[in-house]
Design a protein around this ligand. Structure first.
Ligand code: C2E
Ligand code: CA
Ligand code: CA
Length: 504
């Protein structure tokens, strides 16, 4: 500036004009640094700066306000189908709609891709934010006409309110982002308010992920074994291997909590590999008891199946443990079958060729094509434990009864020559019913909870010595978990379905 003034003073107007142009060029460049090139909205850093400005200006002018995270739901589809040029024009149109639906002085920014963020002044609580967020969702769900094409996108919107959901830009962004993710996983095309429970759950997941990274090296994992019985004879026919984790800081974390985190973070691959080796080794040890056809079932997650060396790892675990191939059964869920056709068809076939059996876990909860069942060498179907509650409680003719479904699964399995196993069997009445409709096997608290390897072995020893069937609940006699404390715990976990045993 001083150069310019000096030049002006020197009377060189031409030079001054040139400098002036350069200066406005600087300004344009600094503007460009603030705005998103495609949409002309504020960019991320400018948005943060302005919001920080609101916060710094004190409570009077700024507070309260709401931060809204907007993420388009089907943008990738539009981009992939109609090309990037049209995708860009759609983003420009969305930016225009966002701008048109806020008031003067509100902030609208593009964070990148199909993510936008808004800050709305004077919105003090959920009640005030609700109509605005609702209107936004509605506007964004209206089809946009571009180049004669009707484009359908919608948006998931997460709303955080200052100061309730965060005292600074980072905390507010986190809250709004978490709320937006809740919408995404709950079906999209809606808005959701940040809530502390949600943030708390996400913080817990992060902590689990952090701790889980060391679980293997710190020897915090254990495998427990839940007996499976043949309904007709009551004989023990196998065990399902289940993972248990007791962390130094978090204590006992149930698999329903840590397995999904491990799956999301990719950690299920090393954990699952470890469990497979451990369970194979155990199966080999137990083969010494001479129980014919005793199988150890191992859960494998979709991510594990997708590993290029998955089959080699299975083969290696079996070889290294020197266990008979027929003694190992891999439990896969229906998602393995629907996610990728190639994987769905190839994996069970290759396993079958290797002599390893496959069971379809949680059957009846997914959407597997029934055609697969016939084509694939899947040995058994495990009826999901969710069906057990409604069993033997209500007559099958009652609306919403699960009885016809369980009947149908049993019949289907029989027709296709599969072994049908019901899991989560808790009462004699359920067992009687399942036996009557021809279900082959059962597993559940009625017989035994998952047992530590040592207890499972004690049970095997007793059974082989006495050649006795596994009487309901007899399995746990002599087991510390059959004590009053254990029973109380059983009742508790039966409700939550956790089934974890901290008493080993
Ligand atoms: P899942 O494979 O369906 O395992 C059966 C679950 O039902 C087990 O819960 C078991 O303890 C519980 N259960 C057994 N009998 C009863 C009963 O009578 N009533 C009730 N309410 N529950 C019963 P758990 O051990 O907590 O495991 C939960 C889930 O975590 C498993 O469901 C499985 O999806 C996953 N999981 C556990 N271990 C592993 C593992 O090693 N690898 C993988 N990928 N997933 C695992
Ligand atoms: Ca299972
Ligand atoms: Ca299951």
């Amino acid at each position: 500036m001083s150069v310019w003034i000096r030049t002006l003073l020197a009377g060189s107007v031409g030079l001054a004009v040139a400098l002036l142009r350069r200066l406005s060029g600087y300004r344009a460049a600094s503007d460009r640094a603030q705005y998103d090139v495609l949409t002309g909205l504020l960019n991320r850093s400018a948005f943060e700066q302005r919001l920080n400005g609101w916060l710094a200006s004190g409570t009077t002018a700024a507070a309260p306000f709401a931060v809204l995270f907007v993420d388009l739901d089907r943008f990738k589809f539009v981009n992939d189908t109609f090309g990037h040029a049209l995708g860009d024009r759609l983003l420009i149109e969305i930016a225009r709609q966002l701008k048109a639906n806020v008031r003067e002085g509100d902030l609208v920014a593009r964070l990148g891709g199909d993510e936008f963020v808004l800050a709305l002044r004077g919105v003090k609580d959920a009640r005030a934010a609700e109509p605005i967020a609702g209107a936004l969702v509605k506007v964004l769900a209206t089809p946009v006409e571009l180049d004669g094409k009707r484009l359908h996108v919608s948006a998931s919107v997460g709303v955080a309110i200052y100061p309730r959901d965060g005292a600074d830009v980072q905390a507010l962004a986190k809250s709004a982002d978490a709320a937006m993710y809740a919408v995404k996983s709950g079906g999209k095309n809606a808005f959701h308010f940040a809530d502390h429970g949600l943030r708390h759950r996400q913080a817990r997941c992060l902590e689990i992920e952090r701790q889980l990274r060391f679980a293997l090296q710190d020897h915090e994992l254990e495998v427990v074994y839940q007996p499976q019985v043949e309904l007709a004879s009551g004989c023990l026919v196998g065990f399902e291997a289940l993972m248990r984790w007791t962390n130094r800081e978090l204590g006992a974390v149930p698999p329903s909590e840590f397995i999904p985190v491990a799956e999301d973070a990719g950690m299920i691959v090393p954990l699952g590999h470890w469990l497979m080796r451990e369970a194979c080794r155990q199966a080999h040890d137990w083969s010494a008891f001479g129980l014919a056809d005793l199988t150890v079932a191992i859960n494998v997650s979709t991510l594990q199946c997708r590993q290029p060396d998955f089959l080699r790892q299975v083969d290696e675990a079996i070889r290294d443990a020197r266990v008979a191939r027929g003694a190992i059964e891999l439990e896969v869920t229906e998602s393995v079958l629907i996610d990728e056709v190639e994987l769905a068809v190839a994996t069970p076939r290759r396993l079958d060729r290797m002599g390893v059996r496959t069971a379809l876990d949680d059957f009846g909860t997914g959407y597997s094509s029934l055609a697969y069942l016939q084509r694939l060498p899947i040995r058994s179907l495990k009826i999901d434990r969710g069906f057990m509650k409604g069993l033997a409680l209500a007559p099958s003719c009652m609306a919403g009864s699960v009885v016809p479904i369980v009947d149908a699964i049993a019949a289907l399995g029989r027709e296709l020559g599969k072994t049908v196993l019901a899991e989560g069997v808790e009462t004699e009445a359920q067992a009687r019913y399942l036996k009557r409709i021809g279900v082959d096997r059962a597993q559940g608290y009625l017989y035994a909870k998952p047992l530590s390897a040592a207890h499972a072995e004690r049970l095997l020893r007793r059974i082989t010595a006495a050649r006795e069937p596994l009487e309901p609940l007899a399995a746990v006699a002599g087991d510390p978990r059959a004590s009053g404390a254990w029973r109380a715990h059983t009742a508790q976990t039966a409700v939550t379905g956790g089934g974890y045993f901290p008493f080993d």
